[in-house]
Write a protein that binds this ligand. Structure first.
Ligand code: ADP
Length: 686
């Protein structure tokens, strides 16, 4: 006002009024100042409060600190923006009023915030003037800034929470159905073609058509596009706050499960604002499908094993009852006819057969339950495959003979006879297969057991195949799938008249598995069956090797020699024939002593060069046969060299052999080098 009242042309009354206004202005609680609106924006007046705001005592101090200009009063960083805003506001409104906020620098350097209410006035005599009221709003501003900072922090926390909660989602969109707009919050590579970044806004309708075409499995495309149809979404979300759909995409030619979840974030009465999240649910769904399959399988297995168990139990009650009835019945009969020896013998035989059946049934059931309880163990020891085969042959021959079945053995493919294995179990599984072969083969059929070595895996082991083949009733294709399952039989005892439990092959397969081997079956109804067990067994390296003649001449000399081998046991016969033939001999055989005598007696002298004589034989044993040969009339025949081959190796046995006229006594199983040495010695002496 000083600036104004110093102007010329004012009356004393004007000056007095101005003085009064000045006093008034100095009493005002807020800052007030006047400055020219042009040029240097020179400050014409500032009241006391204004000086206080600037921490100034006098007008001189205030002038110095502001440069006595509005431009100098405002913080240099704010002045451009402030002036621009004032100009714009004055130009825009009719009252020529403006409002701005800016910072100032007080005397002493402290920065304060002011709010500024300006009024622009045009004076004819003084030019354009701004009248300005200011209030120090530093405290308010600080509060506001702090609030803003807090809001920002809160917003960041919320965004963090959303990001955390939605971590599983590969794509997240916000959409407004009314406005037909969709914007991404997170975008997977599968949506990149449509949304370059999170600022991209697209029309909602059809936003995922390309996505569906490019990625979604053809069978799931329709349902996904239906789920993102605006009307469908409105209808679904009017009932529930969210819904989802699972679908498959195809990536690198593999199927992967994804889930789209749509959530209403607006009004339920009028659905418009929604959030859509896409996430992979592949692991969950695949796990769920797997679980379902497992449950289904388990249920089916439970059902079928239940059926099998029920069948087994009804068979069992029949199978136990039948032999039990026979035992009780024949025991009663035996008592009744106790004085008729023949009848009693017959009844006792029947009781014996029935007890055997019963025992076998009990053993099978016990064995299968010990397998199921994991109690069975494989115990290896040194064992002879020949012994095992021989034992099987003796066990099976009676039944095979009853049915007039031709039982043959083939061991020509065997190189190592002694192996390390669980003798008892190996015997048992081969016996079961052979017994089945005989059991399921009709009268006059054929059963063969073949044992061969297919390959040596290393110096210590060899792979063996045990093949049991028959030309019996065979196995149908449909039953083949169940052949190793417990209690399963192609036909029950009542239908087939063949006694069985359906446990034998289950036990066999379990044992083979425990031995680390495999079992295979090939069969067809009416055409017989072939069971092949393949096992890798540790071999005993002290095997007796087939005899190798020392020289060509020796080999040639031996080839001329004919041996009569007298042996009743088929398997021993087969092995010995093979070994002797391998060594170059001509071999003829006789299966008991009397046949041997007949053959020698009828032969031309010199036809046979040597007799190898078993001791224990049916019809006539080796001792009697040797004595009889020695008594033949023709001395050329009677003096033929005879060597005893016997499992009885006591001195007593040896003495007996010599007494009845044998030339030597060798133990069985045949030790080929020892035999050859002896044969060579005898043949060169005789
Ligand atoms: P079982 O003979 O006591 O019934 P297994 O477990 O030994 O039980 O055999 C199961 C079923 O497999 C038999 O009931 C039979 O139907 C069939 N089977 C086994 N071996 C033969 C075979 N050599 N020829 C035909 N069928 C066979």
């Amino acid at each position: 006002m000083d600036g104004l009242i110093n102007q010329e042309g004012y009356s004393a009354a004007d000056i007095q009024a101005a003085d009064y206004v000045k006093k008034l202005a100095n009493k005002m609680p807020g800052g007030f100042f006047i400055y020219r609106a042009t040029g240097k924006e020179e400050i014409l007046y500032a009241n006391k409060s204004m000086l206080k705001i600037f921490n100034c005592q006098t007008m001189e101090e205030f002038r110095e600190i502001t440069g006595n200009s509005f431009r100098g009063l405002v913080h240099p960083d704010d002045i451009e923006e402030v002036e621009q805003s004032i100009r714009a506001q004055i130009a825009d409104n009719d009252d020529d009023m403006d409002y701005v906020e800016y910072r100032i620098i007080q005397k002493g350097g402290e920065v304060r915030w002011l709010e500024d209410y300006g009024h622009f006035t045009q004076h004819d005599y003084n030019g354009n003037i701004f009248y300005v009221f200011v209030v120090d709003i530093t405290e308010r501003k600080k509060r506001q800034l702090q609030e803003k900072e807090e809001q920002l922090q809160e917003q960041l926390r919320r965004l963090g929470m959303i990001a955390g909660l939605s971590i599983d989602y590969e794509s997240i969109f916000y959409a407004d159905l009314d406005l037909d707009r969709i914007q991404a919050y997170r975008i997977s590579h599968r949506f990149r073609h449509k949304f370059q970044d999170i600022n991209t806004v697209c029309p909602f309708i059809g936003f995922d058509e390309e996505y569906a075409k490019k990625w979604v499995h053809p069978s799931d495309r329709g349902s996904l596009l239906q789920a993102t149809n605006a009307d469908y979404i409105r209808q679904k979300l009017s009932k529930n706050n969210s819904f989802h759909i699972n679908y498959r995409i195809i990536q690198n030619e593999k199927e992967e499960y994804l889930q789209l979840r749509i959530v209403n974030i607006g009004n339920r009465d009028h659905v418009s604002q929604i959030v859509m999240g896409y996430r992979s649910v592949d692991d969950e769904i695949k796990y769920e499908l797997e679980q379902k399959k497992m449950l289904k399988d388990a249920l089916e297995q439970a059902k079928s094993s239940n059926i099998a168990k029920n069948t087994f139990l009804s068979n069992m009650s029949h199978d136990i009852r039948t032999p039990m009835n026979a035992i009780i019945g024949f025991a009663t009969l035996a008592k009744k006819h106790i004085d008729e020896k023949e009848k009693v013998r017959e009844y006792l035989n029947m009781i014996e057969t029935s007890s055997d059946q019963l025992l076998r049934l009990i053993n099978d059931v016990l064995e299968i339950s010990s397998i199921e309880a994991d109690k069975m163990q494989i115990e290896e020891s040194e064992c002879s495959l020949l012994d095992i085969i021989q034992e099987i042959q003796s066990a099976i021959t009676p039944r095979a003979s009853e049915k007039d079945i031709d039982l043959s053995l083939n061991i020509s493919g065997l190189k190592h006879y002694t192996v390390y294995s669980d003798r008892q179990k190996l015997f048992q599984i081969l016996l079961r297969l052979t017994r089945n072969a005989v059991k399921y083969t009709e009268f006059k059929g054929k059963v063969s057991i073949t044992v061969k070595e297919t390959e040596s895996t290393d110096r210590e082991h060899a792979t063996y195949q045990f093949i049991v083949q028959d030309n019996g009733i065979g196995i149908s294709e449909s039953f083949m799938e169940h052949i190793f399952e417990p209690f399963e039989r192609q036909q029950n005892t009542t239908l087939s008249g063949i006694y069985g439990t359906g446990l034998g092959l289950t036990i066999t397969k379990n044992i083979v598995d425990m031995m680390g081997g495999t079992i295979e079956v090939t069969s067809a109804s009416g055409q017989g069956s072939t069971f092949i067990i393949t096992l890798s067994l540790r071999i005993q390296n002290r095997q007796f090797q087939p005899f190798q003649p020392k020289s060509q001449a020796q080999a040639h000399a031996l080839q001329q020699r004919r041996i009569l081998l007298v042996e009743d046991n088929e398997i021993n016969l087969e092995i010995e024939v093979e070994l002797l033939q391998d060594a170059g001999f001509l071999v003829d055989t006789a299966t008991d002593g009397s046949i041997a005598i007949e053959k020698i007696a009828n032969a031309k002298p010199g036809y046979y060069n040597l007799v190898l004589m078993d001791i224990q034989m049916p019809v006539m044993d080796g001792y009697h046969a040797t004595s009889a040969i020695r008594r033949l009339e023709n001395p050329l025949l009677a003096n033929i060299p005879i060597v005893a081959l016997s499992a009885n190796t006591l001195d007593e046995d040896r003495r007996k052999s010599m007494e009845c006229g044998m030339n030597a006594h060798l133990p069985k199983p045949v030790n080929m080098p020892q035999l050859m040495e002896l044969v060579e010695k005898i043949l060169t002496t005789f």
